[in-house]
Ligand binder design. Structure first.
Ligand SMILES: [Zn+2]
Length: 152
């Protein structure tokens, strides 16, 4: 169990969390948010309502609720970063690696990864949809070039 020494290699993807949130926003609401709608009531009477970190916030004038780019997705209120979610999803859904192999690859505890994979399975459509957007924007190529981040 000497893996906790910080000497292990950790797999990273070459896309920032900000970029992923932007892709997610385009995936859900359209490139110029032309498909923007309330995630609660479906109304199109939605206004931009500031930002929360890199996620845009919206307010629905029909039901009065506010939501963000990540509301109702796996990224919402998650301690796991979007880039890590994507990486785990890629390793699981596409490469079919085992949970322990993924845990080693991303440098996270087995239990955390196991729980993440369970959620990814439930949200598989979401990740396939996101991958579709990435393919169109040729970001998929970057995702495939998962690079081993060498130790210092
Ligand atoms: Zn609404």
């Amino acid at each position: 169990m000497g893996v906790m020494s910080g000497k292990r290699s950790v797999l990273k993807i070459d896309i920032t969390d900000e970029e992923i949130i932007k892709r997610l926003r385009e995936h859900r609401f359209g490139k110029n948010i032309e498909n923007l709608h309330c995630v609660y009531c479906g109304s199109k009477k939605v206004i931009k309502y500031g930002w929360r970190h890199e996620t845009r916030r919206y307010k629905c004038k029909a039901c009065g609720k506010t939501f963000t780019d990540t509301t109702g997705t796996i990224f919402e209120n998650s301690k796991i970063k979007p880039s890590t979610w994507l990486l785990i999803a890629y390793l699981h859904l596409k490469l079919r690696l085992t949970t322990s192999a993924i845990a080693r690859a991303v440098g996270m505890p087995y239990k955390t990864v196991w729980n993440a994979i369970k959620k990814i399975q439930e949200a598989a459509m979401f990740f396939h949809g996101l991958a579709e957007v990435q393919r169109r924007l040729q970001v998929n190529k970057i995702l495939c070039q998962c690079q081993i981040k060498g130790k210092k």
